[in-house]
Ligand binder design. Structure first.
Ligand SMILES: CC(C)(COP(=O)(O)OP(=O)(O)OC[C@H]1O[C@@H](n2cnc3c(N)ncnc32)[C@H](O)[C@@H]1OP(=O)(O)O)[C@@H](O)C(=O)NCCC(=O)NCCS
Length: 145
């Protein structure tokens, strides 16, 4: 069974391993540790039987929530966990004053784009060559009230 929890110090090592398996410029445990100590950031972890299988987070910028680090471990994908995890994140962030959500995604990332659009996010802009390793445009998505 998969459950969602606020990310704690105990989870940052496991979550950084999932990041390194997934992204070309992964966050380290220290990066997550820094985030969970900020009062305007809220990070969550998805766990199957107590073991981390994914994470995501949001930074509250005056009511605009910047969602980052959305990931589900490869062998757990296409089971609806990212959708559930993002809904959990947004519901809880709403209680912390987040009113709108924004995120960046690689133009070629069809899985993530399909996920965000299914959740109601709309593409409102492009940042050319925003990403490195490899260089690629970022699409800017927003979910407004
Ligand atoms: C993007 C990611 C988080 C999706 O996680 P997931 O748990 O597999 O997603 P879900 O099972 O919740 O999928 C929800 C919906 O998103 C869409 N979707 C997810 N993966 C998809 C894929 N590979 N192809 C097309 N649509 C996809 C579908 O609409 C899906 O609904 P459906 O399964 O009922 O058709 C996962 O693929 C991942 O970790 N990718 C690598 C990291 C990454 O790219 N993160 C995003 C950075 S911006």
């Amino acid at each position: 069974m998969v459950t969602f929890h606020e990310l704690t110090e105990d989870d940052v090592e496991a979550v950084s391993i999932i990041e390194s398996e997934t992204f070309s410029m992964p966050w380290k445990a220290a990066d997550f540790l820094e985030m969970i100590n900020l009062d305007y950031a809220y990070y969550i972890v998805a766990k199957e039987n107590g073991v981390p299988i994914g994470c995501c987070g949001v930074r509250n910028m005056c009511g605009d929530g910047e969602i980052t680090n959305v990931v589900i471990q490869k062998n757990h994908r296409r089971k609806g966990y990212a959708r559930q995890m993002l809904r959990y994140l947004m519901e809880n962030a709403r209680h912390r004053g987040v009113r709108r959500y924004t995120l960046e995604v690689r133009r070629s990332n069809e899985a993530a784009i399909a996920l965000y659009e299914e959740l109601g996010f709309k593409c409102e802009g492009v940042r050319p060559n925003f990403y490195e390793k490899p260089v690629e445009d970022a699409l800017i998505y927003w979910l407004r009230d």
